[in-house]
Write a protein that binds this ligand. Structure first.
Ligand code: ZN
Length: 201
């Protein structure tokens, strides 16, 4: 990887042998490996010691989880807040594992829509709750840094399943509790009001 990064620097018009750049290939390799370490993570190992059987069926919410990911179209960061809620049927996930789950899927090359649904799908698969909802709000540097004006660089995506999809009051309660900075499209939408990076250029 370091040879490729040296080549890339040269292609960009830089001199990879100048002092400030000497260790850059090594650093970039290390950074990229960390930022894509989610590919190697084993979801079952992350979660399995933290699934508990409970007699509890109120909404569980973990909100304002910071996340950082890389858009697969430009390899530039997008980052923001993730809000997760579910209503258990008979199992819960240890609260500290929810941010870990967000990290596992964030540390890959992503599009925001897929990242959002992967988190929701994993919770649904692992504990079969009565419902699960995930909302992500993110700034995309591939849009804001490049001055792309045709779209807002701030994007909101949501994935709702079970009672969050079928019951408007449950969904409303969740959205009230996370107090979004911007409107969330209704449950069931697959295309969202404001798309994340679309990678058309
Ligand atoms: Zn992008």
């Amino acid at each position: 990887m370091q040879d490729l990064i040296r080549q890339l620097l040269a292609e960009l018009g830089e001199d990879p042998s100048r002092e400030g750049l000497l260790d850059t290939p090594k650093r970039v390799e290390r950074a990229l490996k960390f930022l894509t370490s989610g590919y190697d993570a084993d979801i079952d190992r992350v979660l399995n010691d933290a699934l508990f059987t409970v007699d509890y069926s109120e909404m569980v919410i973990v909100k304002d989880i910071d996340f950082y990911s890389l858009c697969e179209h430009h390899l530039l960061p997008f980052f923001g807040k993730c809000h997760v809620a579910y209503i258990p049927s008979n199992k819960v996930i240890g609260l500290s594992k929810i941010p870990r789950l967000v990290d596992v899927f964030s540390r890959r090359l992503q599009v925001q829509e897929r990242l959002t649904s992967q988190i929701a799908d994993t919770i649904r698969d692992k504990i079969a709750p009565l419902g699960v909802a995930v909302v992500m709000e993110a700034t995309h540097l591939c849009m804001s840094m490049r001055g792309v004006e045709k779209q807002n660089s701030f994007a909101v995506t949501s994935a709702m399943a079970g009672v969050f999809r079928t019951n408007a009051r449950t969904r409303f309660e969740f959205l009230e509790l996370i107090k979004l900075r911007s409107a969330v499209p209704g449950a069931g939408d697959t295309m969202l009001g404001r798309l994340a990076c679309v990678g058309d250029d």
